[in-house]
Design a protein around this ligand. Structure first.
Ligand SMILES: [Zn+2]
Length: 99
């Protein structure tokens, strides 16, 4: 039932914010989003709006700084061939036809 143009003491005509039909102001209700709406447009707020996710704390309970590197000296290491250098060298040589 929309607007009935008869006098009611203390009431006035008002428009539904959604459908735009005229109603008596006493029939409109304020919705959760602030709109004044007619009974057919009134609805509760979606309950999923209030779902709160559990906090996903990804920080470890305790940490410590990374240890400093410890360098050791191996006598005669400079005379050894670096395995990584050998691999790279062979790959390069095969690619360019030097092997
Ligand atoms: Zn309406």
């Amino acid at each position: 039932m929309s607007y009935n143009p008869r006098y009611e003491d203390g009431d006035w005509k008002a428009e539904c914010d959604l459908c735009g039909k005229l109603f008596k102001a006493s029939r409109l209700r304020k919705r959760w989003d602030g709109y004044k709406v007619c009974p057919s447009d009134w609805e509760i707020r979606q309950p999923q709006d209030f779902v709160k996710a559990k906090a996903d704390i990804q920080v470890p309970k305790w940490t410590r700084p990374e240890m400093e590197n410890t360098f050791i000296t191996i006598p005669g290491y400079d005379d050894w061939l670096n395995p990584w250098g050998i691999t790279w060298g062979l790959t390069w040589a095969r690619t360019w036809g030097y092997s």
